[in-house]
Structure formats: C-alpha cells, structure tokens
Write a protein that binds this ligand. Structure first.
Ligand code: CP
Length: 300
C-alpha cells in the first residue's frame, strides 16, 4: 500500500518520511503542553468517527482530540447504522461526505478498502486501524511515548512480542521505527508469525527479545484466529507471556508497552500492567495529543 505523504490522508506509516513523523511528534508535544483544555483551532469543522469495528481507546481519544480542537464531532457506529441493512462501507462514507463533513476517521475490518475509499472521496481520511494492515496513530503514540522516555528514537531496540500475524500495530510500528532509525525485532509462536515481514525484522527467541530498550507486548487477537491457533492461556503465558520473572531479566532502563486492550495473565502478568516500568496507561494519555496533531494536519 502506498502512503502519499504530500496529501492530507493518513492511511499508514509505510512510506511516510522521518521528517513528517517527527513533525507530528513535535506538534503533539506542543499540544500536550498547551494550557487550555479546549481551543477554537478547528472551530466550524465537522469530523466524523466512522468505526466499522469495535474500539475504546482509539475512538474516544479521537473524540477527545476533536473536542479539544473545537471541532464538531459526529460519531458513527456500524452496529446502529444502515450497515445493518446491507449498506456498504463506501456508501456510508460517501453519505457522510455528502452531508458536509470535513474529515473522516475510519476503522475497518478488511485490508485494502481504505486505500480505495481514499481514492474516491474528497475529504481527508485517517486510518484508525484497518484489518491487520496498519494502525498509524497507535504507532505514532507509541513513538511519542518512547521519545518521551529516551529522548530520541534513533538507535533504540524495540522487541515486539506476540500475535504478529494479526497485528496492524506491529506493522505500523515496524514501518515507522525503521524510518526513524530504530531497530525492530519480533518474537512470536510459529503459528502467529508473519513470514512476509521476516525480511524487515528478525524473529528472535523470548530470551533475546527481553534484551531491548522497549518490550512491546501484543494482545492475542482471538477474534481473528482460525480454530485451533490458540491452545490455552496458561500455555501461551508460559511460553510467550511477559511474566514477572521474565520482566526481572529485562535491562534496568527498559520499558514495557502494550497497545491494549490487555489480556491480563495471558500475554502480560497482571502485576506488570501498572508497574513502574509499564507505559501502558501513558500510551493511552499520549493518544490524545498525537491525534490532535494528526487531525490538525489533515484539516490545515
Ligand atoms: N489500541 C487500540 O487500538 O485500542 P482500541 O481497539 O480500544 O481502539
């Protein structure tokens, strides 16, 4: 998928330049420091959140960001819409566009559809997660969290552990982190690996993966699994979970991240979710200024 960095869409991080990524991070830092909770920056603009798949963090932090920027917000949820009568994703987006929205935030199950939509509509679209393809604003808030901790991204080693095969977060992190000069390694059970990504990031053992600046755990995405892929929570935790014992073997300076929602005591022990080195809830806080910067970019 080609990401056109000169237009206003944000469909993915593949192909987005380091300058543009750092520009968004710097603008998010500016918004994080901004003293007023609500501004009139996007007064008179209408933004629609079009979620064809469930969400808590992404959906609400986009809404927080839009309201902080002073935009008018429309929330579309597929479950209570005419999608239930068979209306297509394209017709839904065109419908809202024809009513006069200025930008759309879109989350979808299928891969590839967002690119086609972006080619057909005139308003900027922001990817809020599509299939296992990309989740660019999640990766940007992850980079922001890492940059706040370490000062810079270049030279960091980031281990991404878990259900790589089904993870759009892993892919957006991979593309963006490589662009800004960080090193990515994957660790996953063989049936949750994405072989097509092995040429970009090596698969390493759990022991090797723990030796990193950032240990990013991924949710086991049971809703996307075919039958039989996942045997038991206990077995997964034993082989690929970040247990308290494994975390004790991480370097002292290393941080724990997870995009959430978290399966506690499966991919990460309950005690670690809110421990001192965990940035999981900071990631959620950082999602708001990042999405302010991204929406502003789309509408500026
Ligand atoms: N991290 C993330 O995308 O969470 P939601 O599915 O709740 O938006």
């Amino acid at each position: 998928m080609i990401q056109v960095s000169t237009d206003k869409h944000l469909l993915g991080l593949k192909g987005v330049s380091s300058e543009e990524i750092h520009g968004i991070l710097n603008r998010a830092a500016w918004w994080e420091q901004y003293p007023a909770k609500v501004t009139s920056s996007l007064q008179g603009k209408f933004v629609a959140n079009m979620f064809f798949e469930n969400s808590t963090r992404t959906r609400f932090s986009f809404e927080m960001a839009q309201k902080r920027l002073g935009a008018q917000v429309l929330n579309f949820a597929a479950a209570v819409s005419s999608v239930q009568k068979g209306e297509s994703i394209y017709d839904t987006v065109r419908t809202l566009e024809s009513m006069g929205i200025d930008a759309g935030i879109v989350r979808l199950k299928p891969n590839g559809v967002l690119q086609q939509l972006a080619e057909k509509v005139k308003i900027p679209l922001i990817n809020a997660g599509d299939g296992n393809n990309e989740h660019p604003t999640q990766a940007l808030l992850d980079f922001y969290t890492m940059k706040k901790q370490f000062g810079e991204l270049r030279g960091l080693t980031v281990s991404i552990i878990g259900d790589i095969k089904h993870s759009r977060v892993a892919r957006s992190n991979l593309w963006g982190l490589q662009t800004v000069g960080a090193k990515v390694r994957f660790c996953a059970p063989s049936n949750m690996q994405a072989p097509e990504l092995a040429e970009y990031a090596p698969y390493v053992t759990m022991e090797e993966a723990l030796q990193a600046d950032v240990v990013m755990m991924l949710r086991v995405q049971l809703e996307r699994h075919e039958d039989g892929l996942f045997k038991s929570s206990e077995e997964y935790r034993e082989q690929y979970g970040l247990t308290v014992e494994r975390a004790s073997r991480m370097p002292k300076h290393a941080i724990i991240m997870h995009p959430a929602p978290v399966n506690r005591n499966v991919e990460i022990d309950d005690e670690l979710v809110e421990c001192d080195r965990s940035k999981i809830f900071s990631q959620m806080s950082n999602g708001v200024p990042i999405r302010m910067a991204v929406i502003e970019r789309a509408l500026s």
